[in-house]
Design a protein around this ligand. Structure first.
Ligand code: GLA
Length: 384
């Protein structure tokens, strides 16, 4: 199985934690279709930790919690598939999952086979309770082999939190996406912390094996399992834009059955999603080097798109307004090239030209800009 674009979907953990059951998952499947999430590209519906019984059955197979999922996982997968969605599940490389349910350690092949028989399309694979005598690389490789031989296409979503320099070995395991970060919380501090660390991992992200900044908290507004105070809509917009521009998988974590419209509009912004899903998946690079025009070093990322256009994101994670000038020389577009940029703000729809190779922007606290840019001839007299 080859995964060419950052995977998109919904995951139960951020809002629901332990509090999951088959009715909830069916309702989420219905809403994913009804409210346009599937149409926008969110295709995987993933049940995270806490779906299992505490004991395997007499054949050593994992069993779904009989109270929460009385119809079983195969029936649930069938329902999810009937909606045109794909079904995901969670397990762990250790003896136990992070919440203390049976892990897949020394059961990798039988678990992969069980998941295939249930119709699973996506496995999130965690690293809690790893026995000290085994190295983590071998354990992730073993599940990678088991999945690649289970007779079904199952996306392998490794979740080793960036630990043990995950970026350096994860591509040997067959993982199609891999967590580069520790767990997200629904707060601006958490978003900013994950974002700031990610540059280190970005160069290891590529089609086939995408670095994952963790699931989205957009729209949680301080409610649910990982709620740590919540965020404003501007913070969610910045969070989503950053994840999207930097080629991260986009896994929604909010309760989409009752998400406010402004958050839903963020998650469904087609122009932002198109930048995330651009088939080139070229590596974004940072040009916001601190200087007199950008004294705090607000991150400015540039990403070449497959049709020759460019996505430029300017991010203000700080608590004060940013008054910035971004110099196109830093991406090689000096005036001597005879070229400049025509830029479209994908959040407001406004279009302008960059003059004198300098883009001036005022960005409110915690907000951002994302421009889709065309390279055009420099015509003197055109003003921004
Ligand atoms: C770890 C992962 C989370 C979530 C929980 C479930 O903390 O990083 O994303 O899957 O386990 O227990």
């Amino acid at each position: 199985m080859i995964v060419k674009k950052p995977p998109m979907g919904w995951n139960s953990w951020n809002t629901f934690g332990h509090d999951i059951n088959e009715e909830l998952i069916r309702e989420i499947a219905d809403v994913m279709v009804r409210d346009g999430y599937l149409d926008a590209g969110y295709e995987y519906l993933v049940v995270d930790d806490c779906w299992q019984e505490h004991e395997r059955d007499e054949n050593g197979r994992l069993v779904a919690d009989r109270k929460k999922f009385p119809s079983g996982m195969k029936a649930l997968a069938d329902y999810v598939h009937s909606k045109g969605l794909k079904f995901g599940i969670y397990s762990c490389a250790g003896t136990l999952t992070c919440e203390g349910f049976p892990g897949s350690f020394e059961h990798e092949f039988i678990d992969a086979q069980t998941f295939a028989e249930w119709g699973v399309d996506f496995l999130k694979y965690d690293r809690c309770y790893k026995p000290l005598t085994f190295d983590v690389v071998t354990l992730f490789r073993r599940m990678g082999m088991a999945l690649a031989n289970c007779g079904r296409d199952i996306l392998f979503a490794a979740c080793s939190w960036g630990a043990d320099e995950t970026r350096k070995w994860i591509k040997s395991t067959g993982a199609h996406m891999w967590r580069a970060t520790n767990d997200i919380g629904d707060s601006h501090a958490s978003i900013r912390q994950l974002a700031e660390k990610f540059d280190r991992d970005l160069k290891y992200s590529s089609p086939g094996s995408f670095a994952d900044l963790d699931m989205l908290v957009v729209g949680m507004y301080g409610e649910g399992n990982v709620a740590f105070g919540g965020c404003t809509t501007a913070m969610y917009k910045t969070h989503f834009t950053y994840w999207a521009q930097l080629n991260s998988p986009l896994m929604i974590g909010a309760d989409i059955r009752k998400i406010p419209k402004e958050a839903r509009d963020i998650l469904l912004n087609r122009e932002v999603i198109a930048i995330n899903q651009d088939e080139g998946c070229w590596q974004p690079y940072e040009i916001g080097i601190p200087d007199g025009w950008n004294p705090k070093g607000n991150p400015v990322y540039v990403k070449l798109l497959s049709n020759g256009e460019i996505a430029m994101g300017i991010y203000n994670f700080y608590d004060e307004e940013a008054n910035l000038a971004t110099c196109l020389d830093r991406m090689g577009l000096c005036m001597s090239t005879g070229k400049t940029l025509e830029i479209r703000d994908v959040w407001t729809g406004e279009t302008q030209y960059v003059t004198n190779a300098v883009l001036k922007t005022k960005i409110p606290p915690h907000d951002c800009k994302l421009y889709r840019c065309k390279i055009v001839d420099l015509v003197y007299g055109k003003m921004s």
